[in-house]
Each structure stands twice: as structure tokens, then as C-alpha cells.
Design a protein around this ligand. Sequence first.
Ligand code: BYC
Length: 331
Amino acid sequence: MYAQMVDTGANKVRGLEEMSAQERAFQERIDAGIKIEPKDWMPEAYRKTLIRQISQHAHSEIVGMLPEGNWISRAPSLKRKAILLAKVQDEAGHGLYLYSAAETLGVSRDQLVDELHAGRAKYSSIFNYPTLTWADIGTIGWLVDGAAIMNQIPLCRCSFGPYSRAMIRVCKEESFHQRQGYDLLISLCRDGTAEQKAMAQDALNRWWWPALMMFGPSDAESVHSAQSQAWRIKIFSNDELRQRFVDQTVPQAEYLGLTIPDPDLKWNAERGHYDFGAIDWDEFYNVLKGNGPCNRERLRARRQAWEDGAWVRDAAIAHAEKRAARTAQAA
Ligand code: BYC
């Protein structure tokens, strides 16, 4: 496994012979499928890579609540409102497991949140697009949660114990999220009116390419993939997961009677996969630089929520301090 990984991706990975004895023993544990736990020795770069990826993932969950939260008050029925509320609440829970997993690596949640609010930490590009209609809610569940599951199921087997265990629960919930999105689209496309189906097609037209971008840059451009795969922080490459997602999603679009907005999409019998058109990487990097349609709005909303919640944090700390003082007095 390790030997196959050394030459893939844009970055290079050191061979076992170039490592210190401690690093070699660490790599051999990973190659043997043994989980790394927070108190184990680990190379500083492994720790930093995990903090980067897990915190970006946590931020994505929290920022990801915003586009969907936007529709809670406008859901078309009590049932749909209850489902959407539960889903958005789940995303908050995912953020919390992930911040906790990152904290086991010696960083505090306050530090991570500061990085996000200062605009220095990334979160998934997908959440910088607006949710214009109710069909966007179904499409996010279908495509965005579908892409998230494709990326995250392998992470249940990643090398870092707390991250892999958090992912097991997250994936169970994400699969419910994907199903609810697809169910919503079935209502619009198969049982709905022509206008409702057109609304679903419009949502697919806007979300398809950003969903493909969620998997990150192509393998040739991915900065971290080779090292992360060697460390089993990533199990599959960005392009491998993107291809799996396309292969899984095309028949689902056909069942809904929707057209994927890609004239180059076609089944390639020789490869046993769908070929698809070129991704607009300029758009992707532009969103990463902070220039997507909603980047500023998302950060503004997160900072505001943090400020509005200050009194809750202060009250919780005051309560904890009072209890600790009382316990000390009684002892
Ligand atoms: N958006 O070398 P690469 C979800 C960055 S949402 C923004 O390939 P890596 C959900 C990348 O960080 C999904 N940035 O990086 C929530 C790096 O920049 P830095 C969240 C991106 O880390 C609510 C640079 O581009 N899922 O779950 O090896 C509702 C070069 O990329 C993106 C996760 O976070 C992007 N799309 O691979 C519904 C899963 N792509 O850090 C759903 C865990 C790349 O050097 N994360 N970049 O400044 C991963 O699997 C990996 O971090 C990625 C990127 C595949 C995303």
C-alpha cells in the first residue's frame, strides 16, 4: 500500500529509508492498519495535517447549517419542516464531534473558531452558493450529502482513532440526510407538477458542478493527497471519489427524469465508468479565495452567531465556577 503511494499526487512522500527509526515505526503501524491514538507519538506534520483537515471538516458542518437553515421557516409542510430541522441539528452535532476530535490533537476549539472567523481557515466550497428555491434543499441532500458520504465512508477507516470513530456516526446520519433529499426530489419530480419538476431541474443545473468540486482539485493539482494517503488520513484520491460519485449519481438523475447539465457526460463501456466534462477550476479557486456568491455572508452570519451566543458561554462558565466553589467548600 505504502509503496504504491509514494509517487502519486503533486507532492512527494519520503521513502521508509529516509525516515528516522521513530518515523519508520510510526509508518509501519499505519501500514499494518493499527489506529493512532491521541497519546501516541506522531510526526508533527501528521498532527498538523489532521488538525487542518478535521477542523476544515468541522467548520464545513457548522457553515453548512446556514444555506439549509435559511429554509426552515419556509418549508412547505409540518413534516418537511420537522425533517429539515432534524437534519440541520444533526450538522451541528457533526461539527461538535469533529471539533472534539481535533481537540485531542492539542488545539482548542476557541483557536479553531477564531481561525474561521478571521477568514484564515477553509470550509467546503459548496456552502458558498445560495439556496434560491425549495428544490435546492432536496438537491443539497441528494448531491451534497451524497458527495459527503462518498468522501466520508472511507474516513471511517482512517488511521487516526478519534476521527475514524466520529465518522462512523456522522456517516449513519449523512445517509439519512441523502435519503431525505432524494425523497424530496421524488415528490417534486415524479409526483409533482411540471413547474415543480422544472424547479428541480434548475436546482440540479446550479448544484451539479459545485458538487463535483467538493472532492477537491484533480489528483495532479492536489497538494496534500500523496502524503495524506501514505498516512491513511485519506484512503482514496480526490479524482477516484469524484468518479465514484458521478457513477452513482447519474442513474439516480435518470430515475428522477432530470438531465445532468453536462453535454460531455456519457457511459464509457471500456472504462466501465461515466466520462464527464471539464470542471471549471477557476471558479473553484475563486470560491476558495473568498469570492464565491455567499462567502462574505456566511462568515458574517457565523461571527454574528458567535457574538450573540457570548452570554450563553459566560453563563455556563459562571455556573461551572459556582458549582466548583460549592463543591470545594463542602469538601
Ligand atoms: N472546499 O491537496 P488537497 C459536509 C483545499 S461538507 C474548500 O486535495 P486535501 C456536509 C484544501 O483544504 C464536506 N477547500 O487537500 C456538511 C487545500 O487547502 P489548504 C466537508 C478545499 O485536504 C453539512 C487545497 O484545497 N468534508 O460534510 O488533501 C451538510 C488543496 O486540496 C476543497 C470534509 O471536509 C473544497 N471542496 O483534500 C452536508 C471531508 N477541496 O488546507 C454535508 C474531509 C480542497 O492547504 N476532508 N480544498 O489551505 C477531505 O477529505 C479533504 O480535506 C478534501 C481536500 C478532499 C476536502
